[in-house]
Design a protein around this ligand. Structure first.
Ligand code: ZN
Length: 181
């Protein structure tokens, strides 16, 4: 297991739809371990494989002190929505109000290839939606209304990290909270 550098906005892998997991092998288990360790180190509440440079449909979460992972997710979203601040470890230090479904039922597989169903609400539901978006090459800023997205893009262009070659992301202590995904 090793902490991996987190890819940042501008890296094309973040815009590339990830491949389905086919082999539930030792390599996949190592990927889940790396994702978990990198997420806890950041720290973040979720992390998707493309964020550490692996284009596979796998993500992890760390919400309410519970660690989990899911491969090849498919989601059923509630009609009820939630509003709240959301941030992304690949877009450090910027957070914006982002509307998400309040509850989600996620079906997929664990790292051993066993089918699993995860039901979540609030932050877990937000994390699952955010990470599943990553697997489709979608970022949370794509979910913002036009005006907020414009502000986000301006903040990104002005950010110190923008254009840097994949540094290891470390959030400053004041910005640590549950919203980093
Ligand atoms: Zn993210």
């Amino acid at each position: 297991m090793a902490v991996q550098p987190i890819r940042l906005f501008g890296d094309p892998i973040l815009r590339t739809p990830a491949q389905e997991v086919v082999d539930f092998d030792k390599e996949l288990r190592r990927l889940v371990a790396d994702l978990t360790e990198t997420m806890r180190d950041a720290p973040g509440s979720g992390l998707a494989a493309p964020q550490i440079g692996v284009s596979l449909r796998v993500f992890t979460w760390w919400v309410d002190d519970e660690l989990g992972h899911l491969c090849n997710p498919s989601l059923d979203l509630s009609e009820e929505t939630q509003d709240g601040e959301e941030g992304c470890l690949s877009i450090p230090e910027l957070a914006f109000d982002t509307r998400r479904a309040q509850r989600v039922v996620a079906r997929g597989f664990d790292m051993h290839g066993e089918p699993v169903t995860i039901e979540g609400s609030d932050l877990l539901a937000r994390a699952i939606q955010h990470e599943t978006d990553h697997l489709d090459g979608v970022l949370f800023i794509d979910r913002l209304d036009a005006q907020t997205r414009k502000e986000a893009m301006k903040a990104i262009r002005e950010a110190e990290w923008f254009g840097e070659p994949a540094p290891t992301v470390k959030l400053s202590p004041h910005s640590i909270s549950a919203k980093w995904l």
